[in-house]
Write a protein that binds this ligand. Sequence first.
Ligand code: HCA
Ligand code: CU
Length: 382
Amino acid sequence: VGSFQIIESTLREGEQFANAFFTTEKKIEIAKALDDFGVDYIELTSPVASEQSKADCEAICKLGLKAKILTHIRCHMDDARVAVETGVDGVDVVIGTSSFLRQYSHGKDMNYISKQAIEVIEFVKSKGLEIRFSSEDSFRSDLVDLLNIYKTVDKIGVNRIGIADTVGGANPRQVYELVRTLKSVISSSTEIECHFHNDTGCAIANAYTALEGGAKLIDTSVLGIGERNGITPLGALMARMIVAAPDYVKSKYKLQKIRDIENLVADAVQVNIPFNNPITGFCAFTHKAGIHAKAILANPSTYEILNPSDFGLTRYIHFANRLTGWNAIKSRVDQLNLHLTDAQCKEVTTKIKKLGDVRPLNIDDVDSIIKDFHQEVNTPAI
Ligand code: HCA
Ligand code: CU
């Protein structure tokens, strides 16, 4: 899993999110932020989707970003002819291969799909651009059909072959197996790219197992926005990968920018950052129970797999509640620049817990209990 790459699709898959409407300026702002973060590729909506989509694609290509710019098209010459004129570095081609899609979407058989794929791939390559061929709904496609079409396109030569869990129904074991199988039938110079929807909550786990199986590239979007409930989120994938490949992830991606990028996109599509989001959820680095707080104060790794400072964030010890313990309260006493003995800290903790049994507490409640207690024990008896 050591040297994976990101195909960032906030500006393609993400545009398929129900709330998404990106102005040209917003697209440029997002593309620049993703580029600065360090993604390898930025994927853009097809230029045949609308006039403005085409103009925006051309505008982003002209920015001179470090990331390679891709656009995403149907496996059709009409689309390919427009795509290659936009200034992109590469074209991602997709066609549905499952019987559902062949029957209810484009209505083409596998022979026809093969012929069309070859024509489009040859054409894009003749323009000197990178090409990826992917099958929509790969996991519900007939395995023999799937491997045949992949072998066909691999023989004529593509940069990447894609697997897509379009409906979000695949599990990590299925992903691992399909990636392994695919790897065994294509040439070693062809990279495998994977795209996972999150309908059943497996998009991050599936991305990780795909890499374990030998895939090289993962499609992401910021906060996972996309069709329905979206795809593998960029930030969450970073959380997963920093554990697996810390040096690679820390040296390659500007992790301190994740929060800003998520805020930028959340704002653009009018959603909140989910409370339980990896890294940036409001309580992602908040420790509450007294037992946890004590250990965190001694050594944060006791209860943290991620170090908040890697992301430019800080941990927080939640002491204003009835689960608190005297170590957390002692640390609050220190923060307030007051001096109490351990025995006194234990005593005031009992008072805090007592009030915490009656109602939710806030920091001010705790601070005033501590201050009153401090005053009491420091007032000389008359
Ligand atoms: C879609 C297409 C796609 C394409 C994925 C890919 C999918 O249905 O909107 O290009 O690999 O999920 O199949 O996003
Ligand atoms: Cu998708």
